[in-house]
Design a protein. Structure first.
Length: 193
């Protein structure tokens, strides 16, 4: 049991260190801007569209369901959807390639004034990059939750929040904190308006 205890303690301390490294004024401000973007999108009657790969897809789905369902408050459902339909993903992946699974969805359902949130722990996922590019071409606002320096996606998204981690698991742990903090802020902002 000592080995397991040491591993678990080490993992938790590593997560704590990364969270401490993330909590700096610049990242707090970027997260506040992000929350304001989500709030303004919903307030204006537009929708939030999220996307990610693997665990980041799970985070994208989590983000959307917290908006359409509920987080802490009983309130109206907010318009949000994660690009996670398996028939769309497998059809588009088969016919066009996995690099287009999210951008094709944006081409079909994204509207000017909507907000696309791309989640990529590497910052270099080509399908997220293509989605951001397609969203910008259609007049959507774009935000990204990233890691590992931000990669190519940080260079094109309107607002990028980059977690200073190097492993996907730790980066995703901070992403979920950003997501929860944002949704809590959005609920409060919408309740006050």
């Amino acid at each position: 049991m000592a080995i397991e205890n040491d591993l678990i303690k080490s993992a938790l301390l590593e997560a704590k260190t990364l969270l401490d490294d993330f909590i700096v004024p610049e990242n707090i401000e970027k997260t506040a801007v992000f929350a304001r973007e989500v709030f303004e999108t919903i307030q204006k009657g537009n929708k939030v569209i999220t996307c990610g790969n693997g665990g980041s897809m799970c985070d994208a789905m989590h983000f959307a369901e917290e908006l359409t369902g509920r987080f802490r408050a009983d309130r109206p459902a907010y318009p949000a959807i994660a690009i996670s339909d398996p028939s769309h993903i497998t059809c588009t992946g088969n016919d066009y390639g996995l690099e287009f699974i999210f951008s094709r969805y944006i081409e079909a359902l994204g509207n000017e004034g909507d907000l696309l949130i791309g989640i990529s722990t590497s910052g270099n996922s080509l399908n997220i990059y293509n989605a951001v590019r397609a969203a910008k071409e259609k007049g959507l606002k774009t935000s990204a939750l990233l890691g590992k320096g931000g990669g190519t996606i940080a260079q094109i998204a309107d607002n990028s929040i980059v977690v200073p981690g190097q492993t996907s698991d730790r980066i995703q742990e901070i992403h979920i904190k950003i997501i929860h903090s944002t949704i809590e802020a959005v609920e409060r902002l919408l309740a006050d308006n």
